[in-house]
Design a protein around this ligand. Sequence first.
Ligand SMILES: NC(=O)c1ccc[n+]([C@@H]2O[C@H](COP(=O)([O-])OP(=O)(O)OC[C@H]3O[C@@H](n4cnc5c(N)ncnc54)[C@H](O)[C@@H]3O)[C@@H](O)[C@H]2O)c1
Ligand SMILES: [Zn+2]
Ligand SMILES: [Zn+2]
Length: 370
Amino acid sequence: MKTKAAVLMGEGKPFEIMELDLDGPKEGEVLIKYTAAGLCHSDLHLTDGDLPPRYPMVGGHEGSGVIEEVGPGVTKVRPGDHVVCSFIPNCGTCRYCSTGRQSLCDMGATILEGMLPDGTFRFHGNGQDFGGMCMLGTFSERATISQHSVVKVDDWLPLEKAVLVGCGVPTGWGSAVYSGNVRAGDIVVIYGIGGIGINAVQGAVHAGAKYVVVVDPVAFKRDTAVKFGATHAFASAAEAQEKITELSWGQGADAAIVTVGTVEEDVVSAAIGSVGKGGQVVIVGLSSPAKFTVHWPGIDLTLNEKTIKGSLFGSANPQYDIVRLLRLYDAGQLKLDELVTQTYTLEQVNEGYQDLRDGKNIRGVIIHDS
Ligand SMILES: NC(=O)c1ccc[n+]([C@@H]2O[C@H](COP(=O)([O-])OP(=O)(O)OC[C@H]3O[C@@H](n4cnc5c(N)ncnc54)[C@H](O)[C@@H]3O)[C@@H](O)[C@H]2O)c1
Ligand SMILES: [Zn+2]
Ligand SMILES: [Zn+2]
């Protein structure tokens, strides 16, 4: 069958809309018709040189949709099921899945090459194989993906909003609740309020933080964070540091979460400097693997027992947490509708990413038309 998709052909190039050939599902695979796709910053890293993938690559790793067909051996879903995609698959049986650490599933090893678990591709065009970002390629009308990449969700939920629970919501929420281990009464500082950072605010508020301090140079982002429960918002790390020192009587924050678009050494250093004894520093944002972003005297970590850790998918378990977060939304306790600043057609994908670069969006979402 044919599918229209937004594709990256090489570094520094914008998305191109193309018609591709799509193979149907093989063993363990499903055909999905995507309803919506979120515009996460990680897809920008594919073209800005930070995370060069295997090209050509169909973009998009935040997705929701309806299962149209299943291949042999599929037990997780059936045609008609509503699903949210997980940008890290969860096989259920590898060392990490079987110990409750699905965000580290071994099946996620090829997410930047975009082939399916058997090592082959389902998108083709001009005699070439096309990968799908995170084995999904949600910037396509349809895709054939592994059953391990989908999580069945309640069919009364709006897929145009639930899509954000495929990456932004669990990554941000989990960075505070799981990776940052935020507890009632804590002081938390969050650097960068995009689709990830705003959900770190939601997570910190849920966990009972006393003060949630945010840093973002864009006024709209700071104002939105306050609407989501941040108690203090600053344009610079230095201003935030002054406030944290005052709020904590000099002890420092309990957790610092780095969710900026491109991680640099200065923001990581600000985060490490902001936490006090026993503090947790969580690095969520991405940057080029060639860049050294953590550069700090180890003795500060030793004498003050500070922890610096990375966080992938918020250290969450997609199979459990995607459903759990959507049920929090259903119960009125998690904001999703307010996260979507602007919707776009597939053809407007580059416009959507320009709006992200210009600081206009908390999250932009592509709505695939029928
Ligand atoms: N670890 C994971 O599992 C995971 C998952 C998804 C995305 N990410 C990464 O998380 C990062 C954030 O993604 P997003 O979609 O929210 O991006 P975004 O571009 O929508 O938001 C980033 C925000 O950071 C702000 N910012 C930039 N520099 C700053 C600085 N020095 N101090 C404070 N704020 C600053 C920007 O103004 C913007 O509001 C990206 O690097 C993305 O690739 C990681
Ligand atoms: Zn993402
Ligand atoms: Zn696994």
